[in-house]
Ligand binder design. Sequence first.
Ligand code: AHM
Ligand code: MG
Length: 337
Amino acid sequence: MNGPNSVSLTRFLIEEQRAKGKIGADLRLLIEVVARACKTISIAVGKGALGGVLGEAGTGNVQGEAQKKLDVLSNDILLEANEWGGHLAGLASEEMDHPHAIPHHFPKGGYLLVFDPLDGSSNIDVNVSIGTIFSVLRCPEGMTGTEDEAFQQPGTTQVAAGYCVYGPSTTLVLTLGDGTHAFTLDREVGSFLLTGRNLQIPPDTKEFAINMSNTRFWEAPVKRYIDELVAGKDGPRGKDFNMRWVGSMVADVHRIVTRGGVFMYPLDSKTAAQGGRLRLLYEANPMAFIVEQAGGAATTGRQRIVEVKPSKLHQRVPVILGSRNEVERVTGYHGEG
Ligand code: AHM
Ligand code: MG
């Protein structure tokens, strides 16, 4: 792949700008800075036990979750990389109660960056794929970018979204609202090279991803849908399905973006009081944008994820995304309920 004709992330962004004029200098800088931060995180992740980065940080985040050392480190890497370039008005993250203000001695820009610095925390210490998820918004008129409300925009307003999966290879998947594209990190050269233009999620699939240990907490439409998949050839679907659950949303979604499937973290009685398990602004919305731009669908079961109007920075939502026909089927079951 690497060679005189390989397309680096930088070249891709410049050529997109030349062809369509939608990626101004600030947005390109933003994407490149996030990609550079992901490279740094990838190096820390890759050192594993040798880097002294595994284990608990001894602190908790606003959601009451114990932070891992790599959660905190990745958050710091993304903050430091992004605060000086003049492209951002503010940053928000899973690991911070409220937005991070750009220090006064740096210029401010018009974009907001919101991220889950290291998704799949429970997989860090066991050497299973983890990742970074991010979403780019415009700072609304009359706001400074330090208010929670500045970030509380529906996913339809996203300017860009992406994730970087730290697996056997490090892969950045990106949308700027015109298709979903994949870039693999060439570790020797140190740059992300285009390895998949206009990814397409097949509309049909035989693969599903859900935490089956929550079966007894699900709502009736989800229970019906999964029962039918598990019944396979002997049930109403008339074909066998296979199950995969990595436990890192980034890795599970990456599989779906690569070969199709349906990923579900639905509403259940365990998480109903908080609205669901996954967070809207830095998990569900960016993934929904990426999946829709790859021809897939993403709903809460009741509504398109990107149309949910956020009322809290760390708001949670149910998530059902992936191959269009499966997402539509399970969403239809909710409508019948
Ligand atoms: P995290 O951001 O703290 O890592 O939590 C989100 C993760 C997702 O990556 C994943 O889909 C889910 O939590 C796994 O949940 P479970 O522990 O129920 O398998
Ligand atoms: Mg997460």
